[in-house]
Design a protein around this ligand. Structure first.
Ligand code: ADP
Ligand code: ZN
Ligand code: ZN
Length: 760
């Protein structure tokens, strides 16, 4: 019987984020266990607040007096909701991210846990669908989000508020506004409790014999698993082009680990983008597998979580946050497509799932397998420095080799007077593909119709009044035939009319600049009116199943051409696609991000990999005005290692990852002066610390407070300070300390991120 419990508050700022001791009342003796969520009286608060019980104790810590100790008020959950490993992870995360133990644990568990017991959800429907339809057609709505909500409910009649928020990205306040205007009606509905269930009919028995390279990789992984022990890292990089059989190796290794009684975690960049992989997992593992889908409703997510916690599912597949799945006794962790940016969280808790996977592999003595055709520079570097073992799958399984890649110099096309989106060779290739009844994929990494509109006379550009960016033009996302184009802000979703003339000089011939996917769609229709088109980008994939619908329609060959942003380049296997084109490589290069070369290389090779996956030979076209750029050259040859050799030299010279780390301190406020002022105080603190501890920080660099590249979003000004250091350890200690000792201003929000993936 333990008399005391150590708790960490679920919501506390960093100065209150410490171990607090509470008495465990006798009624709770059996149920209050490490991992339980409890409610405790705190300070002068009237109501008890939530906290995580992390440890039991028989005696009080030395500095605590018995008379000061209060009792735990109640249990929030009937059984422990976080595992001891998750508690350890929370402490580990606090060392790497600027967070509290409570924030870390809150992020790990499904939100529904804290609202347990409430089985009723609020739902909404349109008060009057006809009226809502009229409202849409009249174009009187001010925000894209409002439009999406109405469209969704026209399609599905009613949905829970949580689902609407997930599907449309609308916030609670958007929904409330719509209710106030009488457009929506809220009501209570019982939550559907059934889970996605898989029929065992789908189980396949057909399991291919591994090819020699696959066998070698499989043996190495299994062997490492047998030798692995807690506290040691056993990491592999499975490096192979798409179609080289990586997934087969993961599945086979997973089977082996499961049969030894251990559990398996498989991370994928986004479930919705990998239906084929999900299908294989389900058909191989049936009920043993749980899929933690980012678009699961909160209730479904909660139920799945409980089954994992009970130990009734030994294999979990999911996107980023699934890395926290409460599996016990992990034997294998797979991170598929490890280069994907979706593994980095840029919200609340700014964790990097690959780092968490690595911590869990060490804590469990599990084998970590990172898979990629185009690894991150820093992941490949690990294999060169002995931290990870390189396993290669150099050949595609099908006999077809890699497709032929042609680089088209767009400068020549312009010189010939062709200023369309399609070079002559691409136009001919498209025509031939259509004539052969084969399919094509066209990638342009920008949604909407055009990037912006400008005035060719005076140079005026239409910008967002709330954000420091240009407004894009969009055709109406749902019914382009009924609504004219609109100007849309990609950051705040503001929707306004297209101006008729330039407000600066009165010129009435404004020009669209920079094509987006909608324009590609139009251009293809104009060239090939008979062709059947599909478009896939953020605008067409809002619904819960829309990714899958688009991909499946294309797979069934009910469309000839798929136009889209980077999401079309990922892992799909379409045997009838024989042409794949990157419309503008230039748009991918030199974005100013540290990872821009790496990401451009990845996207180009991935797009190339979409072509010729079946029996027919594929063809790939890359259009660019920089045909000699090393990224374009190496991507065209699908030559990762040459790309790597060139890029790593640059990284070393610049002290970029993996040779150095960058912390970004961001200060946001409606009050420009306040944001700048707090940034200045933080900056001074950092500089003072560096002076004080001299030697430790001899290689540290700090930038003066300055507006971020996008200096304003939704009227909030953004100032930042960047700090770089070769050592992640000293960098985090420095900036966390400075952060903790910078006086907060009420109207300024402050975040710290290390090795952020987007620096805008
Ligand atoms: P990757 O994950 O590298 O893209 P996959 O594992 O998906 O590769 O394999 C590509 C295709 O080859 C899949 O259709 C898969 O079923 C098939 N395949 C994989 N390994 C074998 C094998 N050893 N023998 C026959 N077919 C295989
Ligand atoms: Zn003008
Ligand atoms: Zn905006």
């Amino acid at each position: 019987m333990s008399r005391y419990g150590i708790v960490y508050l679920s919501r506390a700022n960093r100065s209150f984020d410490r171990a607090w001791t509470y008495r465990i009342p006798s009624a709770l003796q059996d149920a209050a266990l490490p991992g339980s969520i409890v409610a405790v009286p705190f300070g002068t608060r009237k109501k008890p607040i939530n906290a995580y019980l992390t440890e039991l104790a028989d005696t009080l810590p030395e500095h605590v007096k018995e008379s000061d100790v209060k009792s735990i008020a109640s249990l929030v959950s009937s059984r422990p909701q976080v595992t001891e490993e998750q508690i350890t992870l929370a402490f580990e995360l606090k060392r790497r991210c600027y967070c509290t133990i409570g924030e870390a644990l809150n992020t790990m568990i499904p939100p529904a846990i804290l609202a347990v017991g409430d089985r009723e959800e609020h739902a909404a429907r349109l008060t009057d669908p006809d009226e809502a339809m009229d409202l849409l057609d009249a174009g009187r709505l001010r925000s894209m989000k409002q439009i999406r909500v109405i469209e969704l409910l026209l399609e599905h009649e009613s949905a829970s508020l949580a689902e609407i928020r997930q599907a449309t990205g609308a916030s609670q306040s958007v929904l409330r506004t719509l209710r106030q205007r009488g457009i929506l009606t809220f009501f209570k509905q019982q939550t559907a409790r059934e889970l996605d269930t898989w029929s065992d009919d789908a189980l396949t028995t057909e399991i291919p014999t591994l090819k020699p390279d696959q066998q070698t990789a499989f043996d190495a992984i299994v062997h490492a698993g047998e030798k692995a022990g807690k506290g040691r890292l056993s990491e592999f990089l499975l490096f192979g082009v798409t179609g080289s059989g990586k997934t087969e190796v993961y599945l086979r290794a997973a089977e082996k680990v499961l049969s030894s009684g251990k559990t398996v975690l498989i991370l994928v960049p986004e479930i919705a983008l990998t239906p084929q992989m999900m299908h294989r997992i389900v058909s191989r593992f049936g009920h043993r597998a749980a899929i933690l889908h980012s678009r699961l409703t909160p209730t479904a997510r909660y139920e799945t979580w409980q089954r994992i916690l009970e130990g009734s599912v030994p294999i979990v597949v999911g996107a980023r946050s699934a890395v926290f799945a409460p599996l016990r006794n992990l034997g294998l962790i797979v991170v598929d497509e490890e280069q994907e940016s979706s593994y980095k969280s840029e919200t609340m808790l700014r964790y990097y799932a690959c780092d968490v996977a690595r911590m869990r592999a060490i804590l469990n003595g599990a084998v970590l397998v990172m898979g990629s055709a185009t690894p991150q520079i820093s992941t490949f570097w690990r294999t060169e420095t002995g931290k990870s073992t390189l396993l290669r799958l150099p050949h595609r399984i099908s006999h077809q080799g890699l497709p032929d890649v042609e680089i088209i110099d767009m400068r020549r096309e312009y010189a010939k007077g062709n200023v369309t989106l399609f070079s002559e060779p691409l136009r001919i290739a498209l025509q031939e593909t259509l004539e052969r009844r084969e399919q094509a994929i066209l990638l342009l990494n920008r949604r909407g119709y055009s990037r912006t509109i400008i005035c060719p006379v005076c140079g005026w550009q239409m910008r967002c009044p709330r954000c420091d960016v240009a407004l894009a033009t969009h055709s109406h996302p749902f019914r382009p035939e009924r609504l004219p184009q609109k100007m849309v802000c990609h950051l705040c979703d503001l929707l306004t009319a297209v101006p008729e003339k330039c407000p600066a000089c009165g010129n009435d011939e404004l020009m669209a600049a920079g094509a987006g996917t909608q324009q590609v769609e139009d251009a293809v229709s104009a060239l090939f009116p008979e062709s059947r088109l599909l478009r896939m980008d953020q605008d067409t994939t809002r619904g819960r199943f829309s990714h899958r619908e688009i991909l499946e329609t294309f797979e069934r060959q009910e469309a000839d051409i798929l136009v889209g942003t980077q999401m079309i380049a990922k892992g799909h296997d379409f045997p009838n696609v024989t042409l794949s084109a990157v419309l503008s490589a230039d748009q991918l290069l030199g974005t100013g991000e540290i990872r821009s070369s790496e990401q451009a290389f990845q996207l180009m090779t991935q797009a190339a990999g979409r072509s010729g996956r079946g029996l027919k030979k594929g063809r790939v076209i890359i259009q660019t005005v920089q045909p000699d750029h090393f990224v374009v050259r190496t991507a065209a040859k699908q030559d990762y290692e040459t790309f790597y050799r060139e890029e790593i030299v640059f990284r070393r010279r610049m002290s970029y990852l993996p040779f150095g780390h960058i912390a970004e301190a961001m200060f946001k406020s409606f009050d420009e002066g306040a944001a700048e002022q707090m940034a200045r105080v933080f900056y001074n603190r950092v500089v003072a610390l560096i002076r004080r501890y001299g030697g430790t920080f001899s290689a540290t660099e700090v930038t003066e407070p300055a507006p971020a590249p996008i200096s304003k979003i939704r009227h909030r000004y953004r100032f930042r300070v960047m700090i770089s250091d070769p050592s992640l350890e000293s960098l985090s200690r420095l900036v966390f300390h400075a952060g903790d000792h910078t006086k907060r201003l009420d109207n300024v929000s402050f975040t710290l991120d290390i090795d952020s993936w987007s620096s805008l």
